[in-house]
Design a protein around this ligand. Structure first.
Ligand code: NOJ
Length: 559
């Protein structure tokens, strides 16, 4: 079924690092307004803003203390209303981050909740008695340490799957759910176009609160078996859909690590009336094992197996998102491409590979100019709570060395994605006239928007062309997908087809020059080259293609 959000191209803005308009070193809403023309020129049709609500910023806005107010560093409600109107003038939709698995411990609900066991808000959060001197269960939090915190005032523990300052909300409580739905209406009635829903598959918890299995070498058990994809989450989402979402023409994107295509169908198949699409994480794990900090060599066939199954195994009435990076992941070109000699080529190749797939593509700020990972000198240069907690838990306890820690954060630290957007080659990369809250990447004199705009062969201009192709050919959005060379470790080739519209995509994932054979199609068809990441390319369609380093091409088959 055709839907506007299937045809969208989304640009993700991490407001804190996008553009600072007032010189306090922190990106803000007026900074975003200044860049609306830049985004419109790129051709994107939707933006997703990471949380913009009042927050003590323990986890950079994912700890919300007032859902109906704007974070003061980011601006005012008037700024937001202007931003929304201006994006809409350019026909760009705006979706906001909905963080409802937890709030900040500074939210008024939690301040009340912790005061006494019989407070009216007590049950808005998850309080439990300890197990003797131990926490109620042996679960670890996502940011290290126990997932339970003892609160002296009442002598009970509260659950926090993330930081201690992010207490989990109790979705069992109907009044809490109603407050959330009311808050969602508040934003939808302002005219926003939907939500990206933070860790939405964790809302329901196993009400038995059992202990988990502690793996060898670990201090805590994973909470995942007891709070990820618990069946009741679907009751909540259906209720949310019926009560709120169904009344608006909007889009919802659930963030759901730990889903397979079969599980994803339960959240997004149209007749389930829950969400529209998901962020799945399977391709985010092909280079890590046994945890996010440990690098593992990955093979192209691993990536193919994951991406192919998300292309082919979802139910026809389900929908998926496409992404390489976001504010929690290292920079795509540093991770899956080559961020030195072939930064431009591999950045474009990666972009083509997913922009020609079925699903709604998301571009993370800076990806369109090939921004790379950072490596800061001092621990204080890093701002992410996850990194600092890791340091305390692992280095200060002697479990890992400084060197191993450094390797881990260079590889997987979230601040890789959070260094300021590189606008030009002036001080602070044109991000701020003040001292940026987090350091700019040293390579900003070379890698910046100003240079990208001036160069017709830049990564930026390549993204622009990819977006235009998606707007031109229905097959890109709605066509079927077929991988043509599952076992090939160097080239990813696939076909898209919608009736008699057929596209062929080939992408060389190596630095080597490769003679790639595609006899079946090439012997029987002619084809027109629609786009390639090398300026001079032999346009004839031959059964053996000579692919340069990281070369990628999209052809339209002529029947
Ligand atoms: C996922 C968000 O993307 C991440 O940045 C955040 O730390 C956690 N959810 C907790 O809200």
């Amino acid at each position: 079924m055709k839907r506007w959000w299937k045809e969208s191209v989304v640009y993700q803005i991490y407001p804190r690092s996008f553009k600072d308009s007032n010189g306090d070193g922190i990106g803000d809403l007026r900074g975003i307004i200044e860049k609306i023309d830049y985004l419109a020129d790129l051709g994107i049709t939707m933006v997703w803003l990471n949380p913009i609500f009042s927050s003590p910023n323990d986890d950079m806005g994912y700890d919300i203390s007032d859902y109906k107010n704007i974070m003061k560093e980011f601006g005012t409600m008037e700024d937001f209303e202007e931003l929304l109107a201006k994006f809409h003038e350019k026909s760009i939709k705006v979706i906001l981050d909905l963080v409802i698995n937890h709030s900040s411990d500074e939210h008024q609900w939690f301040c009340e909740s912790r005061t006494s066991k019989d407070n009216l808000y007590r049950d808005y959060y998850i309080w439990r008695e300890g197990n003797g001197k131990e926490p109620p269960t042996n679960w670890g939090s996502e940011f290290g340490g126990s997932a339970w915190k003892l609160d002296d005032r009442t002598g009970e523990y509260y659950l926090h799957l993330y930081s201690e300052k992010q207490p989990d909300l109790n979705w069992e409580n109907q009044k809490l759910r109603e407050e959330i739905y009311d808050m969602m209406r508040y934003w939808l009635d302002k005219g926003i176009d939907g939500f990206r829903m933070d860790v939405i598959n964790k809302l329901a918890k196993d009400q038995n609160y059992p202990n988990g299995i502690i793996e060898e070498g670990a201090k805590h058990a994973s909470f995942r078996p007891f709070s990820v994809n618990i069946p009741k989450v679907h009751d909540y989402l259906r209720e949310m859909n019926k009560t709120v979402l169904a009344d608006y023409d909007i889009v919802t994107v659930g963030e759901t690590s730990g889903v397979t295509p079969q599980i994803a169908d339960l959240y997004v198949r149209a007749d389930r009336q829950e969400l529209n699409m998901l962020f799945q994480f399977e391709h985010m794990f092909i280079d890590r094992y046994p945890n996010k900090w440990k690098k593992k060599a990955w093979k192209l066939t691993d990536l193919k197996r994951v991406l192919n199954r998300w292309q082919t195994e979802l139910h026809p009435d389900s929908w998926n998102s496409l992404y390489w990076s976001n504010h929690d992941q290292p920079r795509a070109v540093s991770r899956f491409g080559n961020d030195t000699a072939f930064r431009e080529e591999s950045g474009k190749m990666l972009a083509m590979l997913i922009h020609m797939m079925r699903g709604t593509p998301f571009i993370y700020q800076g990806e369109e100019i090939g921004m790379t990972n950072v490596s800061y000198e001092n621990l204080e240069d890093y701002k992410d709570i996850e990194i600092h907690n890791l340091y305390k838990e692992e280095v200060l306890t002697g479990r890992v060395t400084e060197k191993e820690f450094r390797k881990a954060i260079d590889f997987a630290g979230r601040d890789n994605a959070r260094s300021p957007m590189q606008w030009d080659d002036t001080k602070n990369a044109g991000f701020s006239k003040g001292e940026p809250w987090i350091k700019v990447n040293n390579n900003y004199r070379q890698i910046n928007v100003k240079n990208a705009l001036a160069d017709e062969n830049s990564i930026y201009n390549f993204y622009k062309q990819l977006i235009q192709l998606r707007k031109t050919y229905d097959v890109i959005v709605y066509g079927d997908f077929q991988c043509l060379n599952l076992e090939d470790e160097r080239v990813y080739a696939y076909k898209r087809q919608l009736k008699d519209e057929i596209l062929l995509v080939v992408a060389n994932f190596t630095e080597e020059e490769i003679d790639f054979k595609l006899e079946d199609i090439a012997n029987s068809h002619r084809a027109k080259l629609l786009l390639s990441n090398y300026p001079q390319v032999d346009e004839t369609f031959k059964s053996t293609m000579h692919l340069k380093s990281y070369e990628a091409r999209t052809y339209k088959i002529i029947l």
